[in-house]
Design a protein around this ligand. Structure first.
Ligand code: ASP
Length: 607
């Protein structure tokens, strides 16, 4: 009744046919007695021509942008073709049209590019989603989810849903909570992930589980995060780390090939966490370019000859000195270098300054601290870093953690400035052998200079050979000692992250599956036996009924779609996202509850 074809369908071979189309008016152009209209639907755009006779009718029954109309007429070959449009060889000469629904003038242009600001577009998300670019993103998302399901189905995985109204699952963020009307003064938590459920499904014997599932984390939304996001959540029984890595790099290869026609390497390269930190300064190295960090001095151990005693206070007092070699950048101007120095001094990076050495094409080494640094030392640095004539050496000095982080950021910044981070190149890798624990200054245990928190989550197993380090030592860090010297700092886990182009796309681990070890883990994290039972009694109990060895992984699905779509913004791949303040601009949520609702929930608001 409404249409015989879509707006993306008609071709020259259809010329002469009588057809019906329905869609939205994107553009109207009047040319004397003729009116041209671009009609849009999900499938494309077709040009309509209203000739003289109908033009008169248009005055009586006008159409406007975003009107929903239905037209019938004849397909004709266009005299001036539009090679940009798949339908550009033809146009439809309208014989009859009908306005199905008029529209108010939209608050921004609904075309490939728009003039609308972010919040305005979010408020009218249903209009924003009419734009071809966002439609492509959501279609890509759908194709990706289909590819994921196809692959996992072929591999014998079963999709099982798990509840949203649960008791807290720790993934290192704050929980969103939901008050219970039927259980006064009690609250559910929304899952940060289905972690404990998927482990229980292994105890139940489901062997290979997956779920495309919403997760909820009440985090500060800096960077590109959403309070609710989607994971591809997976778990397997009777597997080693090797099995998990094989299955899931296979999944990634399948998805990239199916959705984007891209062949990812087989196998993916692997790098230990230690090596990633040492060479790239973070645990998600962007391998689209090399430019590794050079570790001249680390925690007061010198690796570069001559760096231990230079007579230059900045160097001699620094616990760590790292360098980057920027190829062919010796010609950077003073202004460019001052600007880079300002860049590392920004609060987000927080360094005191940046030293540079130009290795001039004539072989001379010129540094920003020539007064203090001898030619001999500069040569030693140049040789240690393997710099070539024409290169620029950038040096950062300070405490290890901060300096490493700054050097990693500077590496990425230089990679971007040199155009080495193309969106068309995809460099995946596995980072493996993560530390089991992370040191935290906050919430120190009584009598301890801090506490140990789970680097991944408390269900991750230590490497078997490191179990004694965990069970034979107390988590207390004696005040006055360096936490890095505590035995817990040495413990590694069979935990792994998949990284693509410097972004962590997924992470998981081999799990603890015995009650005694899980109890030891909770104790190491400073949970009393009572607290552990209260919070995780269900899991500890399940481990006593024959839990199989198991492990798994979860991927951030929104981020994966953004990477596949060549974008940095996950919002563009979510139909109804929240803004930076966690608000849904369209629904205007969150919003206050009225008194009656609060009363029913037994809640009284604090002033
Ligand atoms: N539940 C973990 C997460 O959300 C993933 C996993 O260990 O499988 O990061």
């Amino acid at each position: 009744m409404y249409r015989t074809h879509t707006c993306g369908e008609l071709r020259l071979s259809d010329a002469g046919k009588e057809v019906m189309l329905a869609g939205w008016v994107q553009r109207i152009r009047k040319f004397g007695k003729m009116t041209f209209v671009d009609l849009r639907d999900r499938y494309g755009i077709t040009q309509l021509v209203f000739q003289e006779k109908l033009n008169a009718q248009l005055d009586a029954q006008p159409i406007n942008r975003e009107y929903v109309i239905q037209v019938s007429g004849k397909v004709v070959e266009r005299s001036s073709k539009n090679p940009q449009l798949p339908t550009g060889d033809i146009e439809l000469v309208v014989q009859h049209y009908e306005v199905l629904n008029p529209a108010k003038t939209p608050p921004f242009t609904i075309e490939e590019e728009t003039d609308g600001g972010e919040d305005l577009r979010m408020k009218y998300r249903f209009l924003d989603l009419r734009r071809p670019s966002l439609q492509r993103n959501l279609l890509l998302r759908y194709q990706a989810s289909r590819a994921v399901r196809e692959y996992l189905d072929q591999q014998g995985f079963v999709e099982i849903e798990t509840p949203f109204l649960i008791k807290s699952t720790p993934e290192g963020a704050r929980d969103f909570v939901v008050p219970s009307r039927m259980n006064p003064h009690q609250f559910y938590a929304l899952p940060q992930s289905p972690q404990t459920f998927k482990q229980l499904l292994m105890v139940s014997g489901f062997d290979r589980y997956y779920q495309l599932v919403r997760c909820f984390r009440d985090e500060d939304l800096r960077a590109d995060r959403q309070p609710e996001f989607t994971q591809i959540d997976c778990e397997m029984s009777f597997v080693t780390q090797e099995d998990v890595l094989q299955v899931f790099e296979g999944m990634m290869r399948y998805v990239f090939r199916k959705v984007a026609g891209i062949a990812l390497p087989d196998p993916f390269p692997r790098m230990s966490w230690d090596e990633a930190m040492w060479r790239y300064g973070n645990d998600k190295p962007d391998l689209r370019f090399d430019m590794p960090l050079h570790n001249l001095k680390v925690r007061n151990t010198s690796y570069c000859e001559g760096i231990a005693h230079t007579g230059f206070a900045v160097f001699d007092q620094a616990e760590t000195i790292l360098a980057l070699v920027v190829p062919d950048a010796a010609g950077y101007t003073r202004k460019q270098l001052d600007e880079l120095t300002a860049w590392v001094k920004r609060p987000q990076i927080g360094m005191q300054g940046l030293l540079y050495v130009r290795y001039q094409p004539d072989g001379l080494l010129k540094s920003s601290a020539d007064k203090y640094l001898s030619q001999q030392l500069l040569q030693q640095i140049q040789q240690f870093c393997g710099a070539q004539p024409g290169d620029l050496i950038l040096l950062l000095a300070g405490r290890e953690d901060k300096t490493r982080k700054a050097a990693a950021e500077l590496r990425l910044e230089m990679g971007s400035r040199l155009g080495l981070r193309s969106r068309e190149v995809f460099k995946p890798l596995w980072v493996v052998d993560f530390p089991l624990f992370e040191y935290s200054e906050e919430d120190a245990l009584p009598g301890s200079a801090g506490r140990w928190v789970a680097r991944h989550h408390p269900f991750t197993a230590p490497k078997p050979e490191h179990i004694p380090l965990m069970i034979n030592h107390s988590p207390i860090i004696p005040p006055g000692t360096d936490y890095q010297d505590h035995p817990f700092a040495q413990i590694k886990a069979n935990a792994y992250d998949m990284v693509i182009n410097g972004q962590e796309v997924g992470g998981g681990s081999i799990r603890i599956f015995r009650r005694d070890l899980q109890e030891k883990m909770f104790a190491a994290l400073g949970l009393s036996a009572e607290e552990a039972r209260q919070k995780f009694g269900f899991l500890l109990g399940a481990f006593e009924y024959g839990a199989p060895p198991h492990g798994g992984i979860a991927f951030g699905f929104d981020r994966l779609c953004a990477i596949l779509g060549g974008s940095d913004t996950i919002r563009d791949f979510i139909a109804f996202p929240k803004n930076n303040a966690g608000r849904d601009m369209m629904l205007d949520a969150p919003s206050p509850l009225d008194e009656a609702q609060l009363k029913e929930l037994h809640i009284c608001l604090r002033k």
